[in-house]
Write a protein that binds this ligand. Structure first.
Ligand code: ADP
Ligand code: MG
Length: 309
């Protein structure tokens, strides 16, 4: 798939401190790309480079195969980490102003704002001043302004911080819908909860360096260990556990059941297929649970960072 955005070996120093070192990323068209990493990793620095707010010391950025230039600002919708709206301006007035800065006519801007304000059920905020809104409310307004001109690339820097779980979900659903309508999305986060359901691609940045990048399913495949979570209903649990240990690599598992199942995690070597295990188990009792253990993004995040320390 073609890439909408490519960053090639971007480096950024602040004085003697290297905030970003030779970081390259490739963001496929139509993807939701998660820029992950702990606080201070360099995510915002990279995002500011893509938005031409910060110039890299080295490296280049391509949007749609063109070297990044000032005109590209119109093609990008950017929600900064530091949300800034003019506190004393009225919500509607300010949204209209910002929309027109993005190149929309006043009529167009009004129409689209009405759509979004209705959608978020916030039309009654129109004449409120920004300072009357809570942080989360102001963030909603800023989200709308970011996506309003339908740019082909959307960049959200820590979009969920400042939102309660319900509103974070609303934003998550909107991001998915914007992707379905053709946008490419990059978002950064230091918290892994929202990543699984959203991203199809990720890059992991730690201490100014990229340490992992790729399609999420490929990364998960590479990190899985051929381990199965098994629940077995049998007469004689204790004996069976010992028998299984002779044959397989068995560890206790922890999950809830409504009956007295033997709960295990079994890791197979490369020569044993899951069918063999299943067959073996079904001879010993009633198989109530049999599923492959897929590593979560959080696990991958911690493992990769620890390995790279
Ligand atoms: P992240 O967004 O991943 O939390 P940042 O990109 O904001 O990280 O910051 C990376 C590092 O660069 C941090 O240690 C931060 O203090 C430093 N940094 C960022 N911007 C500046 C700046 N303008 N001047 C000096 N140091 C900076
Ligand atoms: Mg940041």
């Amino acid at each position: 798939m073609a890439n909408l955005l490519e960053v090639q070996q971007a480096t950024k120093q602040f004085g003697n401190f290297t905030a970003l070192q030779d970081v390259s990323i490739q963001v496929p068209k139509g993807s939701i790309f998660g820029l992950l990493g702990p606080n201070g990793a360099g995510k915002t620095t990279l995002i500011r480079i893509i938005n031409q707010i910060t110039l890299p010391d080295k490296g280049s950025v391509y949007l749609d195969n063109e070297l990044l230039k000032p005109q590209h600002i119109r093609d990008i919708g950017y929600l900064p980490e530091e949300r800034g709206l003019y506190k004393s301006m009225k919500v509607g007035e300010q949204a209209l102003y910002l929309a027109q800065l993005k190149g929309l006519s006043k009529t167009e801007a009004k129409e689209r704002l009405k759509y979004w304000f209705d959608k978020f059920d916030i039309s009654h905020w129109w004449n409120k001043k920004i300072q009357e809104l809570s942080k989360g409310m102001a963030q909603k307004v800023q989200f709308i302004v970011t996506v309003l001109h339908k740019p082909k690339l959307l960049i959200f820097d820590e979009p969920f911080s400042g939102f309660d779980p319900i509103n974070a979900n609303v934003i998550k659903d909107e991001i998915l819908q914007l992707r379905d309508e053709g946008a490419t999305v990059i978002f950064s986060t230091h918290r892994m909860e929202s990543v699984e359901e959203l991203c199809d691609h990720i890059a992991l940045i730690n201490k100014s360096k990229k340490i992992l990048e790729g399609k999420l399913t490929d990364i998960k495949r590479a990190y899985k260990s051929n381990t199965f979570e098994v629940g077995l209903l049998t007469e004689n649990n204790t004996d069976l556990y010992t028998t299984l240990q002779d044959k397989f690599n068995v560890a206790p598992a922890d999950f809830k059941t409504i009956d007295d199942q033997l709960k295990m995690k079994i890791t197979l070597d490369n020569n044993t297929s899951s069918n063999e295990l299943l067959q073996y188990l079904s001879d010993k009792g009633q198989v109530m649970r049999f599923n492959e253990v897929i590593p979560g993004v959080n696990e991958i995040f911690i493992k990769t960072i620890t390995e790279n320390e």
